[in-house]
Ligand binder design. Structure first.
Ligand code: C2E
Ligand code: MG
Ligand code: MG
Length: 720
């Protein structure tokens, strides 16, 4: 707008300026012409005057000489008649006003009249004195009258003179008539010039207008169109066209250059959009594209009765692939995964299903049913989720090795569960999380209860931070006894959380939260060191506890941190506990999957002298054969088997098998959850090495255990 105004205003100002200058020039010219006219008129008047006067003078000269000659004799002889006829002859000539013959003293002798009234009168007019005194021809005039005097001589003697008076009136009249005609002529010329100048001015104005219009059409308009187009392009409309009209001039070149620039911007924009909206690894739509597509679809469905299902999928333990096999393998696995997911989605046969990679190992599938569709979207989503779980859990062959991975999927529906994209994604995430908590490699459908459970979990996680520092977390110790003589062999350290408002929170709950949130990385080493210090204290204080071991639970995440061996060493060094007296309890799930790496770690721990036990043995799916591959020092038979060992012959058989199998490969067997004497006796008879359970002692705080040790004085016996 500004550009438009200033360019046009500039042109108008320039045109007006030129007009003013032209008008001023014309004014000066006219003024000059006027002066010239006056000069010419004056000059010509002067020259005409001179011409007329000259004519009269010439006539006067000639006639005065003739007359003076002709009058010599008549005057000498005083022949008045002859004088009279000569004078009258002259008087008849045009412009002659008077002819006077006079004697040497200036008295009139003849004036051409019959009775010569003036005879003998002395001439006393204005010219008389000089005329009388003249010795040769003498002329004088007063503007209206020319007086030519000529002496008349007889030989050398002046006998008189003659004066001829000419009227200059006719000359003057001629002169002014000529001046008038000259003036009229000059006026005509001036008028003609005025017309010419006017015409030139008109042409100039017309040309100026034409130039202004041309500039407007050929320069201002294209520039304005370019400015408008630039605005359009700025707003993202690349379809805008500025016609070059086949022009070959600079403007045409500019317009073509502009078009090229627009095309290039559009191309770059497309490229940037493509880059911004696609995931480079898998080629799927990325998070941004998903968000926009979801927003758009929800917007389209507003008011309509269309429905949408969102599947939020997260690969289980994908981090492990990256950590153990490297990121290249991780990438490859993701690409294979993508292909499988895409194949499953395609096989489902839902038109415009959208598959996007939401994050590192997160995928989102959008399924949409149009308005009025009779299909059951929830069922469709569940079928697809089940299929994805099934397909994805098949082993993937990457670089010659089988990788087993699962996937957890959360399903949420629009408009049932949420109305906005953000809420739908959050619900999908919550449902997915729920599937993870429920054991991974499965799907779950969002419900409001999940939301509340998650809220509680998030709250607990928040509360768990700093709980150790606030003294809310404490260790309790449960004795582990030798089955044969009932003597105290060691203790298991078990973590307790006493929340100031919520009360005691079950370890199964908060350990899981600590594990999932990563807080275990902080708490784990603290537990390890505290347990080691306590055990060392008992060893040093009570003779009965001199060779007591402490058994500490280690979660899978701690094991995979890469720092674990160093943490154990640090705890031992800080407490002064002999490595032999530290037992680490690992669950089966912690050691399966990546035997090579875990085997290496366990090897390193055992080199330190630390003993490794498999906790909750029998509940996992590793089986007895697994024991051969993982170097452990003992197994703790899960209390679910021990509980039924008296009633269920199968459990007794399994327990017996575990004991003999363990002994055959030289490892210790611990029975957990021994509550009854009968259980104790059966297990002791089967050769079980160690036992733990309420029959021998409940988990108690360190001070309480201190008291028990002090009171015992000698190794406690439980069995006999
Ligand atoms: P776990 O290692 O198998 O611990 C033994 C669990 O059995 C303890 O439950 C203990 O109180 C209970 N128990 C002992 N004797 C009997 C009995 O005769 N009958 C019955 N019914 N139960 C008995 P708790 O303390 O609730 O611990 C639960 C789980 O929490 C532990 O299972 C362990 O896996 C985990 N945990 C506890 N403390 C820690 C810790 O410091 N770090 C880690 N990573 N996990 C821990
Ligand atoms: Mg344990
Ligand atoms: Mg256990």
């Amino acid at each position: 707008m500004k550009l438009r105004g200033s360019l046009q205003a500039g042109f108008v100002a320039m045109a007006l300026g030129a007009l003013v200058v032209a008008l001023a020039a014309i004014g000066v010219m006219l003024h000059q012409q006027q002066r010239t006219r006056a000069d010419v008129l004056a000059l010509s008047q002067r020259s005409m005057h001179a011409l007329a006067a000259e004519r009269v003078v010439a006539r006067g000269e000639a006639i005065s000489v003739q007359l003076a000659d002709a009058l010599v004799n008549p005057l000498y002889y005083f022949d008045l008649d002859a004088m009279g006829s000569a004078v009258r002859n002259v008087l008849q000539q045009p412009d002659v006003v008077y002819v006077l013959i006079f004697d040497p003293s200036g008295n009139v002798i003849h004036d051409g009249s019959n009775d010569i009234d003036a005879y003998g009168r002395r001439m006393d007019d204005a010219f008389a004195a000089q005329a009388i005194a003249a010795r040769g021809r003498h002329m004088q005039h007063d503007g209206r009258l020319l007086d030519v005097a000529m002496p008349i001589r007889m030989g050398e003697q002046r006998i008189g003179g003659v004066r001829i008076g000419y009227s200059l009136d006719s000359a003057i009249a001629d002169e002014s008539a000529m001046a008038a005609s000259m003036g009229a002529h000059l006026d005509r010329i001036a008028r003609r010039d005025l017309w010419t100048i006017g015409a030139v001015l008109l042409v100039l104005v017309a040309m100026g207008t034409a130039i202004a219009l041309t500039l407007q059409r050929r320069l201002v308009r294209p520039v304005r169109e370019l400015a408008d187009a630039a605005q359009q392009i700025e707003a993202g409309n690349y379809a805008v066209v500025v016609p070059a009209d086949g022009r070959q001039d600079e403007i045409g070149e500019l317009v073509r250059a502009f078009d090229r620039m627009r095309d290039s911007i559009a191309r770059h924009d497309r490229d940037i959009r493509r880059i911004a909206y696609t995931d480079p690894l898998t080629g799927l739509a990325n998070r941004l594209a998903l968000r926009e597509a979801l927003d758009m679809r929800l917007l389209e469905m507003q008011g309509a009765s269309g429905r949408l299902a969102l599947l939020f999928a997260d690969v289980d333990d994908f981090k492990r692939v990256n950590d153990t096999l490297g990121h290249d393998v991780g990438d490859e696995v993701l690409i294979r995964f993508t292909a499988r997911i895409a194949a499953a989605v395609n096989a489902q046969g839902i038109a415009d299903a959208l598959l996007a990679r939401f994050g590192g190992d997160e995928f989102v599938v959008l399924l949409q049913l149009p308005e009025g569709s009779a299909q059951d979207l929830r069922r469709m989503a569940q079928t697809l989720a089940a299929r994805l779980v099934e397909d994805v859990s098949q082993p993937i062959d990457v670089q010659g090795r089988d990788v087993f991975l699962g996937i957890s999927i959360g399903i949420t529906l629009f408009p049932d569960d949420a109305a906005t994209a953000g809420m739908l994604l959050k619900n999908g995430d919550i449902a997915m999380y729920h599937a993870k908590l429920a054991g991974k490699n499965r799907f779950s459908v969002y419900s409001l209860a999940m939301d509340q459970a998650l809220e509680r979990r998030v709250h607990l996680e928040h509360e768990l931070r700093g709980a150790w520092e606030r003294g809310e977390l404490n260790l309790v110790y449960q004795p582990v006894i030798r089955m044969d003589d009932g003597g105290l062999a060691g203790v298991e350290a078990l973590l307790r959380w006493e929340h100031p408002e919520l009360g005691a929170i079950a370890p199964s709950v908060f350990i899981d939260i600590a594990e999932q949130s990563g807080l275990i990385d902080v708490i784990g080493p603290l537990v390890l060191e505290a347990a080691c210090r306590e055990a060392r204290h008992w060893q040093q204080t009570y003779p009965a506890a001199r060779s007591l071991f402490v058994s500490v639970n280690v979660s899978p995440r701690q094991l995979r941190s890469g720092q674990f061996a160093a943490e154990v060493e640090a705890a031992l060094a800080a407490s002064g506990l002999d490595a032999r007296h530290l037992h680490l309890e690992l669950t089966e799930t912690a050691v399966i999957g990546d035997e090579a790496r875990i085997g290496e770690l366990l090897g390193a721990l055992r080199t330190l002298g630390v003993k490794v036990w498999l906790d909750d043995f029998g509940t996992g799916f590793s089986g007895l054969s697994h024991l051969r591959r993982v170097p452990v020092d003992g197994v703790k038979i899960d209390r679910s088997f021990v509980a039924d060992v008296l009633r269920d012959p199968d459990d007794l058989a399994l327990t017996t098998a575990i004991i003999s199998m363990a002994h055959s490969i030289g490892i210790t067997v611990v029975a957990e959850g021994v509550e009854k004497d009968g259980q104790y006796e059966v297990l002791r008879d089967r050769g079980c090495d160690l036992g733990q359970g309420f029959r021998f002692g409940h988990p108690v705080p360190a001070r309480t255990f201190d008291g028990q040790l002090g009171a015992a004085g000698s190794p406690r016996t439980h069995g006999t």
